[in-house]
Design a protein. Structure first.
Length: 257
């Protein structure tokens, strides 16, 4: 429970920093085990952030796979006569595709922001993902997109590369003191007047310990804690480039320039 609470605090910190930053980095993916209370946590966070505007400014795309007794896919769009279904007395089920979701996001917020929460984003079809890519890459001002997954490996890299990843599961990283010590040493070198090749060697050395995407997520987390959004934006660009046919060593060098 303590690990979950710690990571919820991380998400809250991200949202707080987002609200005070000129550069809005607005797409977050929470990776954690299926049995954890992810939906209630995000709903509680949205309520705290949006206050009286929750009803108008919070859209929750719930996974109804259990209630439907089949996989609940997120599609591009659905016909009107298929959208409203009564599952049982406690739920009024409305199925929304990415076009309806995008349309909702394009509407102006009633309060200070609109928050979209997509439960188990891996349910998106390929066509739905393609329709959603621009929305999560270049969200409108005052929009926050939060998605969850219990199986990150099922999400396309094109989605992962556009998001701040906040891991919650036992198999994902929890930033502990040893990792923070490595990060602080690396950042000290990167921010110093050392020769650029020495900085590159420091990155290469850590890349042997961590995967490139993991190292970038660590750096993004670190710079978030320092409220340095310019450096976060740069690392996000490198994450996106890492999914293309660019040599990893060149990406590390690009990260210094």
């Amino acid at each position: 429970m303590l690990k979950i609470e710690k990571n919820i605090d991380i998400l809250k910190k991200y949202i707080e920093l987002w609200s005070n930053a000129e550069q809005k980095i607005s797409f977050f993916i929470l990776t954690w085990a299926q049995w954890l209370w992810k939906s209630k946590a995000v709903q509680a966070l949205a309520k705290d952030f949006l206050w009286n505007y929750l009803q108008n400014d919070f859209l929750y795309i719930k996974d109804f796979s259990f209630e439907l007794q089949k996989e609940h896919k997120i599609k591009v769009e659905l016909k009107n006569d298929e959208t409203a279904k009564i599952l049982y007395k406690d739920y009024n089920y409305q199925d929304l595709g990415t076009r309806e979701i995008n349309s909702w996001l394009q509407q102006s917020p009633s309060g200070k922001a609109k928050i979209l929460f997509i439960e188990n984003i891996e349910r998106m079809t390929i066509a739905a993902i393609n329709a959603f890519l621009k929305t999560c890459e270049e969200p409108l001002a005052n929009r926050i997109i939060i998605a969850s997954t219990s199986n990150k490996s099922q999400i396309l890299d094109t989605i992962i590369s556009r998001a701040i990843i906040i891991p919650f599961g036992q198999n994902d990283y929890i930033v502990d003191q040893n990792i923070l010590a490595d990060l602080e040493s690396l950042v000290t070198v990167l921010d110093s007047d050392e020769n650029i090749y020495k900085k590159h060697l420091a990155l290469v050395d850590l890349s042997k310990k961590w995967y490139l995407s993991q190292m970038l997520d660590y750096l993004i987390f670190y710079y978030f804690s320092k409220n340095d959004f310019q450096k976060i934006e740069k690392r996000l660009k490198i994450k996106k480039m890492s999914k293309s046919n660019v040599w990893s060593d060149s990406l590390l060098f690009y990260g210094l320039i």
